[in-house]
Design a protein around this ligand. Structure first.
Ligand code: HEM
Length: 124
């Protein structure tokens, strides 16, 4: 009788331990994989920007950032040649003054970030 009691106690605790272990293994998340490296902003030189210098491929460097304005050029409200003249170029001053001594509106300034494609590489 005593042996039976000891045996059933052992079996009980083995079963309880098994249940706990199974639960623990299920709840433990799989080993985390290393997060993908956060991509550094792409950098372009003015020479890179200069290769995107026409209506269907129009990049500009404005205030240290590089913008791909190809998608915006057809929507720009001024005569096309006004903005096209700046494709492939450093266009900060043109952007700041519209070449007419007037800044773009806050609305225009809000449009710009969505066309950012990278940073202008500062050459020493
Ligand atoms: C960098 C070369 C650019 C030049 C020379 C230029 C020039 C002009 C000119 C002459 C006008 C019309 C006249 C006026 O409103 O006073 C104008 C209006 C406008 N431009 Fe540009 N633009 C340039 C780039 C851009 C870019 C990159 C955007 C937006 C992504 C933009 C957005 C607008 C908008 C929304 C207007 C309507 C008026 C306003 O909101 O200021 N322009 N721009």
């Amino acid at each position: 009788m005593r042996t039976l009691f000891i045996l059933s106690t052992i079996i009980f605790w083995l079963a309880a331990g098994g249940v706990w272990l199974a639960d623990y293994l299920r709840a433990t998340p799989p080993e985390q994989t290393a997060p993908a490296a956060i991509a550094a902003p792409r950098e372009y030189s003015l020479a890179d920007v200069a290769t995107h210098n026409h209506q269907h491929d129009c990049w500009m460097a404005i205030e240290g950032q590089v913008y791909d304005l190809t998608g915006y050029v057809p929507a720009h409200p001024a005569a096309p040649e006004i903005i096209l003249a700046w494709c492939g170029k450093e266009a900060s001053q043109a952007w700041q003054t519209k070449t007419r001594g007037r800044p773009h509106s806050p609305y225009a300034q809000n449009l710009l970030p969505q066309y950012r494609t990278g940073k202008l590489r500062q050459t020493p």
